[in-house]
Design a protein around this ligand. Structure first.
Ligand code: PEP
Ligand code: MG
Length: 907
């Protein structure tokens, strides 16, 4: 089947011939690769073929035209399906039908398109009726094809804009509802064969009228239309949005899987379902799934009907009254159980599977590593390790660093929950707690979240079009749909708190109301979700931290056995220091002295700082500094004590001076009285401090050069605090860090001052020595370029990547809001460099400085303390660049620990 020009676009799978396997995900997409793998495992998979992602890219490169060689390859592959099935595509007597389904490298649940029942038309209908003896089923399949095809192929793939709520699918659904209402039917299954025949004709008439083209009743035309539409859905709005959120490259493209149809809607011995080999929300080792009798796959995932539970073990309040597959089809359930064992044994991971039962016979339509919550990922990794299914290394790789964030996320306070007003119950689709103001459209969720509001997105049913709103919302609540609906899957993948299928709730999106019994909540009302239990509360219920999980601690213990790079925290108070240690920080990488002038207890030191800033003479300044000394020393001492011998990097003052000048008349007056000058003079001195470009102004080391007494006061505070702790039998290891340097002479200048103070403190405190280091931040490109010289004067380097990014790009870190989004959306830069290190540019400076610094001083200790220090990609980069540690905010310490361990494993 190789093409004449050498390009092979089509890969078959089936019982007789399978071209690819699980390792071919990039080429065949996840679905195609795993279908092939299941064929190798001899599982019952309907035969088919995969048109590769490479073909998708060539299709787009060629103005949405198929490569010439594709026709022959597809036709050949179709013949193979026909042979295996003993049926023929387009045949009047024995017609084969196929599905066209999307499948990218990583799963994008519900974000792209699918067309089922392809090949059904007036020419093939009689044959299928004769073969199945089930005319109703055939016409039901036909009406589904017409609905799906007109929506996916004729409207969306052609880029028609029929307007909000006026899409062809909505219109056809309207016709169907009308018919059902007229006849008094409750369910789709109440429709008779004659009803369906009439419906199909009406559908075709409407399509012709709205779209201007006839529905194609030619099997081949349908198949090619389907393949093209699936390709085009890669660039559909929701797929593009999802890719942006998940950072999936546009170049990947999607594959198309064309597969023999098997039918779950052939009557009461047929069914379709979705299952997880373990519970994806909690990780519990129980087979978990949902199924619908007499239905096609789309009915389960689209959340149209509340599905039945797979087994008795996993029934919940919402579906307890429904029959499980275990009860209704025990033989098939047993077979499915054995497939569960085969798949877990083979993939050594939880699998998310789709299956169809056609007239009592089971078929596997998909398997993939299932999306899971952070809690589930942790529990599964630890369980599988205990079961001997995976080793420690694999267990460490099983959690995405971002999932830890979710594990540390708040939960509804169990004590407060007892008293809370329960509004209704639904299915616990995404755990954790969320409290916010309700909104009824994705658009509104995005808008209000942007304005800084915490919102809960409330929808009647789950809909992948809502993807951006779901991302923006703190929690998601829907009235319909099951645990395997697309929205539940997506929310779970993001670690969002989510409750679906809250059936007691009525949602009116037009009126913007949520009604449960007599309670009516309007847009903006507060609700609280407990996504772990599926409980919805009216009003605000407090949330609490969930970090005390012993399994989490055990997992992190294993993580640390693989980690070689250190992890520290940026902490400015003793309280933060304790928190950082609880999260596993091995030191403080950045103690910003100036933070004592903000927030709680800052009134007096702030007043003194202001007085110091506005002092005109050395005498004035020195007298204020003496008073300020007490505060600085007690703060540093408390933090050193809290870290108990772990290194604490104390950065010398780096305040943006203008921010500290008092603005209010009252404060100016108070300061004037204290300084013995007039308020007018205070104002004038403040104005004299004004800088056009304060970020590049009189800050950091420059302050210490102009006012040596400021440096002296601070290092005296450090050394005295340390000496006193040592004398009282405690351990401590201060590291003095000089900020915003660009030349080694600055370091020389400051070190001379520091040394003099050190000698004095040692003498006065009658102590032999105070262990300490003196180093510098590298946050100006010149310092990086002259790292060999800087290293002569520094015991350590710490990259201040906030400033280093600012100075390398020339992007003001305080003003990027105005243009950063445009830059990212228009792909001028791949990501915000203030969040994740720009490895190409800033990264070069870092690598260069590490190398040059260590040329001067072998074994020079190097760390990072910019915000990027807690970003998994940046942590990996730091590991590869040979840094000794990363430092980040206390809450991100576990994320950095896991990222560092994974970097070491990946090498
Ligand atoms: C930095 O510039 O990266 C840094 C840590 O210092 P600051 O953010 O305080 O300027
Ligand atoms: Mg800085």
């Amino acid at each position: 089947m190789a093409a004449k020009d050498g390009k092979k676009y089509v890969y078959s799978f089936g019982a007789k011939k399978t071209d690819g396997g699980a390792e071919d995900k990039n080429l065949l997409g996840g679905k195609g690769a795993n279908l092939a793998e299941m064929c190798h495992l001899k599982l019952p998979v309907p035969p088919g073929f995969t048109v590769s992602t490479e073909c998708c890219n060539d299709f787009f490169a060629n103005k949405s035209k198929f490569p010439k060689v594709l026709t022959e390859q597809v036709e050949d592959a179709l013949r193979l399906i026909e042979t295996e099935m003993g049926m023929k595509f387009g045949d009047a007597q024995n017609p084969l039908l196929v599905s066209c389904r999307s499948g990218a490298r990583t799963s994008m649940p519900g974000m792209m398109e699918t067309v089922l029942n392809v090949g059904l038309c007036p020419a093939t209908i009689p044959g299928l009726v004769a073969k199945t003896g089930n005319e109703r089923f055939v016409y039901d399949s036909y009406r589904r094809l017409i609905m799906m095809y007109s929506d996916v192929v004729m409207e969306k793939a052609e880029g028609l804009e029929l307007g909000e709520g006026k899409g062809i699918r909505v219109q056809l659904e309207g016709i169907m509802h009308e018919l059902k209402a007229k006849k008094g039917y409750k369910s789709d299954t109440d429709m008779t064969t004659d009803d369906l025949k009439i419906l199909c004709e009406k559908f075709k008439e409407r399509i012709k009228k709205v779209i201007g083209k006839a529905f194609p009743d030619d099997p081949m035309a349908q198949m090619w239309g389907g393949i093209g539409a699936v390709f085009k859905s890669w660039n559909g709005k929701r797929a593009v949005s999802y890719r942006r959120i998940e950072s999936i490259p546009d170049e990947w493209g999607t594959a198309v899987n064309v597969q023999a149809m098997v039918f779950g809607n052939m009557g009461n011995t047929s069914a379709t379902g979705v299952a997880f080999t373990r519970n994806p929300a909690t990780g519990e080792n129980k087979f978990y799934g949902e199924w619908l009798i007499n239905a096609q796959g789309e009915d389960v995932v689209a959340g149209i009907r509340t599905p039945s539970p797979l087994n008795n073990d996993t029934k919940n309040d919402q579906n307890r009254h429904l029959q499980s597959l275990e009860e209704q089809m025990p033989g098939t359930y047993k077979q499915l159980l054995s497939i569960r064992a085969t798949l877990e044994g083979h993939y050594k991971d939880m699998q998310d599977i789709e299956f169809t039962i056609q007239d009592g016979k089971l078929f596997m339509l998909q398997c993939r590593s299932g999306k899971r919550t952070g809690t589930a990922a942790l529990n599964m990794a630890m369980d599988m390790l205990a079961e001997g299914l995976i080793d420690k290394k694999t267990a460490v790789m099983r959690l995405k660093p971002a999932q830890l964030d979710e594990l540390l996320h708040p939960i509804v306070d169990p004590k407060a929950e007892i008293m809370a007003k329960l509004l209704c119950k639904g299915l616990p689709a995404g755990p954790g707690g969320a409290c916010g103001h309700i909104v009824f459209t994705a658009h509104e969720a995005v808008k209000q979240a942007k304005a800084g509001k915490t919102v809960i997105l409330v929808r009647e049913e789950t809909n992948p079009e809502d993807v951006e709103g779901m991302q923006a919302a703190e929690g998601i609540l829907t009235a319909r749909g099951g645990m395997t609906s697309h929205a539940a899957l997506v929310a779970r993948g993001w670690g969002k708190c989510c409750i679906v299928g809250a059936g007691a709730m009525h949602v009116d999106a037009a009126k913007k109301t949520l009604t449960v019994g007599n309670t009516v909540l309007k847009e903006g009302a507060l609700v609280t979700l407990n996504g772990t239990r599926g409980h919805v509360y009216n009003g605000k219920v407090p949330l609490v931290d969930s970090s005390e999980n012993p399994r989490f601690q055990e997992f992190m213990g294993i993580v640390d056995t693989f980690r070689t790079m250190g992890v520290r925290a940026n902490a400015d108070t003793a309280e933060d220091a304790r928190k950082a240690r609880a999260f596993g920080a091995e030191g403080i990488g950045l103690f910003r002295t100036e933070h004592m002038f903000y927030g709680k207890g800052s009134d007096e030191p702030l007043f003194l700082l202001r007085k110091m800033i506005l002092s005109k003479t050395v005498e004035e300044r020195t007298s204020v500094l003496k008073k300020l000394f007490r505060f600085v020393k007690s703060d540093i001492k408390a933090t050193l004590a809290a870290m108990d011998g772990l290194p604490v990097t104390i950065r010398l003052l780096d305040p943006p001076l203008h921010e500290f000048v008092p603005q209010s008349a009252a404060k100016q007056k108070e300061l004037a009285t204290s300084l013995g000058i007039t308020p007018k003079e205070v104002k004038a001195r403040g104005e004299a401090l004004h800088e056009s470009n304060p970020m590049m102004g009189h800050r950091g080391v420059r302050l210490g050069v102009t006012y040596p007494e400021i440096t002296e006061m601070q290092v005296r505070a450090v050394y005295e605090a340390a000496a006193e702790l040592i004398k009282s039998g405690k351990n401590c290891l201060p590291e003095i860090m000089i900020p915003v340097t660009c030349d080694m002479n600055e370091l020389k200048h400051q070190k001379a001052l520091i040394k003099a103070v050190y000698d004095d403190v040692v003498l006065r405190k009658k102590i032999d020595a105070i262990p300490h280091l003196i180093g510098t931040m590298i946050e100006i490109p010149r310092a990086a370029l002259l790292a060999d010289q800087m290293a002569k004067e520094a015991d350590f380097f710490s990259f201040g990547t906030n400033d280093l990014t600012q100075m390398t790009f020339g992007f003001s870190r305080d003003d990027i809001g105005g243009f950063m989004n445009d830059y990212i959306e228009q792909k001028i830069i791949p990501a915000d460099p203030f969040q994740t290190i720009d490895q190409e540019g800033v990264g070069q400076l870092i690598k260069f400085a590490v190398e040059r610094g260590r040329q001067t001083k072998k074994g020079l200790k190097v760390g990072i303390c910019g915000e990027q220090g807690g970003d998994p990609e940046s942590v990996r980069f730091c590991f590869k660049s040979g840094l000794n540690y990363v430092s980040c905010s206390p809450f991100r310490v576990p994320i950095a620990r896991l990222s560092a361990a994974q970097a070491a494993i990946k090498g």
